[in-house]
Write a protein that binds this ligand. Structure first.
Ligand code: AHR
Length: 510
């Protein structure tokens, strides 16, 4: 009898203290923006083993199947992601790069010493043709980052002419001589990179003037490709930088302003990419979630000067950045990729989706073997990282209409919000809701109010693993992969589910 009473008391108290679900409403709003597919963009720099020994193995390589020197397994993996754009050749490298050294017969090209990244000597064998042809194969828009720091206005406008001019002109003729008849019609052009740092250590005021000068000569010729000029933007919370550009550069000279923000909590001690502890995990997530604050505040400044949202915000470098793995030869900025990276990618992409009115492009740093890469290679082997799977699961949001969402009673992981969400309706009418629970220990029940969305069926996928440190390796390439999620129940306009600790779920409603 005593045991029965005890059991009853226990059952009652557990019901009493059962965790209340986090409430999320997802609604339809006719004026909500389209989520630009370009938010799911990538970035490939001449850095470590991103291009050479990564993406590009050379046209002469007979061991690794390739197309014009680019690995076929990587091309296939990237096509699956619907990669919308690719930024190249840097990064800091861009402001040392002279594009003319990378076209024409390969055996006549001068070498270049990679001043920023390891001092390696490169033979310029991967150049403009390789990059732009690759983008064509991938169906991705190229985004060329031009050299302002050590280049000239003439060098940049020659590059535009070389890639885009259809008629007779010195650069278009040279392109034809080099084997390419039709122009590639490159739309996206970055005018310098991190000009406050490796791109020239300029002040915001000085760069705004330089930018105006470069941008003046950049528009296309009548009837040719529309050019999208991107001003080198602020780092993190440097609001003065954005304010100065918005104030000093007329709209007709600037289509977008950039922003760079990495999830780094201490630049002098970034911590390991795999063997991190709870404290480091917390600090990484704290830093990653700051993206929401930075984007919101930069947008507030842009709204002040440009209430009609003519100028876009491009977050053209973002991702987790840790201490490099020491064992990889020439592995500058080579790091592993764990469930922590899933949490970073999922929450940051939710922020971009939710700010789709102004955020029109973002570029994950970087694509292969560098920082928060989607692909890692080791000679002939190639693996997809957990972040690859996030990009694959989230691709459903590309060009879909944002469905505004609101969270009530969010749980907290220390002082951080545990749950993050974004939602959209795609062109076929399907609803996609991406949810992340960053809490490392606790599952969280969630109740989604979707009454206005006319959903009849729900299914989903989940990406998680036992430990935060779990990752894919060349020996176990499938350790972290998405699985079917059957835990979402739809009843009377509401979806209930429990999100396991450190998990990412994408639901699909029809
Ligand atoms: O992505 C690595 C480096 O980070 C880039 O070269 C630079 O733009 C940034 O500081």
């Amino acid at each position: 009898m005593r045991y029965l009473t005890l059991l009853l008391a226990l059952m009652l108290s557990s019901q009493l203290f059962a965790q209340q679900p986090v409430l999320i409403s997802v609604t339809e709003a006719s004026d909500s923006p389209q989520i630009s597919r370009h938010i799911y963009g990538h970035f490939a720099e001449h850095l470590g083993r991103c291009i050479y020994e990564g993406l590009y193995v050379g046209e002469e390589n007979k061991t690794i199947p390739n197309t014009e020197g680019v690995r076929n397994d990587i091309i296939e993996a990237l096509k699956e992601l619907n990669i919308p754009n690719l930024r190249w050749p840097g990064g800091c490298f861009a402001d040392t790069y002279h594009w003319k050294d990378g076209v024409g017969p390969k055996d006549e090209r001068p070498t270049i010493v990679n001043r920023w990244w390891g001092g390696t000597t490169e033979d310029n064998s991967f150049g403009t043709h390789n990059f732009l042809n690759l983008c064509e194969v991938l169906g991705a828009e190229p985004y060329l980052s031009a050299n302002v720091g050590s280049g000239t206005v003439q060098e940049l406008i020659d590059w535009v002419q070389y890639t885009n001019h259809d008629g007779v002109s010195p650069m278009a003729d040279w392109r034809r001589e080099n084997g390419r008849e039709a122009p590639w019609k490159v739309k996206y052009w970055g005018v310098g990179n991190e000009t406050w740092g490796c791109g020239g250590n300029m002040t915001a005021e000085y760069y705004a003037d330089i930018y105006r000068q470069y941008a003046t000569f950049m528009p296309g010729w009548s009837g040719e490709t529309e050019i999208y000029r991107i001003a080198s933007g602020a780092s993190e919370d440097d609001y003065h930088w954005t304010e100065t550009l918005m104030k000093n550069v007329p709209y007709h000279l600037m289509e977008a302003v950039a922003l760079h923000d990495y999830a780094v909590f201490d630049w002098s001690d970034k911590g390991p990419s795999v063997n991190f502890d709870d404290e480091i995990y917390f600090k990484s997530m704290e830093q990653a979630l700051k993206m929401e604050e930075y984007v919101t505040k930069h947008i507030e400044i842009m709204d002040k000067y440009d209430p009609e949202s003519k100028v876009a915000l491009f977050v053209d470098e973002w991702g987790g950045w840790y201490d490099a793995e020491p064992e990889v030869k020439n592995g500058v900025l080579y790091q592993q990729n764990t469930i922590r990276d899933v949490m970073i990618a999922g929450t940051v992409l939710n922020t971009f989706n939710n700010h789709a009115r102004r955020v029109k492009m973002a570029n994950l740093a970087q694509m292969v073997n560098v920082l928060q890469a989607v692909i890692l290679t080791d000679k002939e082997k190639m693996i997809k990282t957990p972040t690859y799977h996030v990009m694959n699961m989230y691709k459903v949001h590309q060009d879909a209409q944002l469905l505004p969402s609101k969270i009530e009673g969010n749980m907290e992981f220390r002082e951080l919000p545990s749950i993050s969400v974004s939602a959209s309706r795609d062109k076929t009418g399907k609803v996609h809701i991406s949810l992340v629970n960053i809490d490392p220990e606790n599952e969280i029940p969630v109740e989604l109010d979707v009454a206005g969305l006319d959903i009849k069926n729900i299914d989903g996928q989940i990406l998680t693993s036992d430990k935060l440190q779990d990752h894919n390796s060349f020996d176990a390439p499938e350790k972290v992969t998405p699985k079917e999620f059957k835990g979402a129940k739809l009843k009377k306009g509401s979806i209930s589910l429990t999100i396991p600790a450190h998990s990412l779920i994408v639901l699909q409603g029809k």
